[in-house]
Ligand binder design. Structure first.
Ligand code: ZN
Ligand code: ZN
Length: 267
């Protein structure tokens, strides 16, 4: 169990850029985990995952800090759009129920009350333990729940920069922090997939399993053009590109557009 917790802490950190503390629990004879952020985000929320009667996986997100709930911003159209997209993505995983102020929020998950004092997210699905890797599924669910919540926050606010200093050995120096932020990256790739938006190159198709999850992410709007604290919309602002095309996009400053580079491609 300890080994699994450590594995999940590592996997979640690389997926989201945040650090977690994961403790195994037993609840009414069922095994599970409680996942809490560690470091700068400590005490903000917890996600409990319980594997009930060895047949049903249940995940519950609960904020633990009233300020944290208040800091969520439900006002922007772009945040609503992101939240709605991620919630629909969660729905694909199982039965998803989101409630705000103890009232259910119904699909397409965009009809919010004007003020929010509580928010919970529950996810459940029947799973067959002989065919499903519960640990992998837990990592996947928790990542998507974090993405959903992060759509209501300023990404930069909850993202611990130190993770990236440690991970600074990027081969393409032009990749900026928005492109490297794993939450932004996950969000972009979850919606757009892993094929290059310019040439269509897909690493799994070409290299097999070793190419899994490999692709660069490019920021469409030059970062120098971003005004101050303009929030990033990972779906609109970021695109997956292969390292070759990424390099070519940055041969000019400001970078070429995807369409410009596409017209330069030769068969
Ligand atoms: Zn490409
Ligand atoms: Zn780029």
């Amino acid at each position: 169990m300890t080994h699994d917790s450590e594995y999940m802490e590592g996997a979640l950190e690389s997926n989201t850029g945040l650090k977690y503390r994961i403790a195994p629990i037993t609840e009414n004879g069922n095994n599970g985990y409680v996942i809490r952020p560690k470091g700068v985000n400590e005490g903000l929320f917890k996600i409990k995952v319980v594997y009930r009667n060895n047949s049903k996986l249940i995940a519950e997100f609960t904020p633990l800090d009233a300020q944290f709930t208040k800091s969520m911003d439900y006002s922007d159209e772009y945040r609503k759009e992101l939240f709605s997209k991620y919630a629909q993505e969660l729905e694909k995983n199982g039965r998803c129920s989101i409630s705000i102020n103890d009232n259910p929020l119904m699909p397409p998950y965009s009809d919010w009350p004007s003020s929010v004092s509580s928010l919970t997210v529950n996810l459940s699905r029947i799973v067959d333990s002989s065919t499903t890797d519960i640990i992998q599924l837990t990592v996947e669910w928790v990542t998507k729940i974090i993405l959903l919540i992060s759509s209501l926050l300023n990404f930069e606010q909850i993202y611990d920069d130190s993770v990236f200093i440690a991970d600074g050995a990027e081969t393409v120096v032009t990749q900026n922090k928005y492109e490297r932020n794993p939450l932004n990256r996950k969000a972009c790739l979850m919606i757009r997939g892993y094929s290059c938006a310019v040439c269509g190159f897909n690493f799994v198709d070409r290299y097999g399993p070793v190419g899994k999850d490999f692709i660069h992410v490019h920021h469409i709007t030059p970062v120098s053009k971003l005004k101050g604290e303009t929030p990033i919309n990972p779906i609109k602002d970021l695109i997956p590109v292969c390292p070759n095309c990424h390099y070519m996009l940055h041969k000019r400053d400001p970078p070429y557009t995807v369409d410009e580079l596409k017209t330069m491609l030769r068969n």
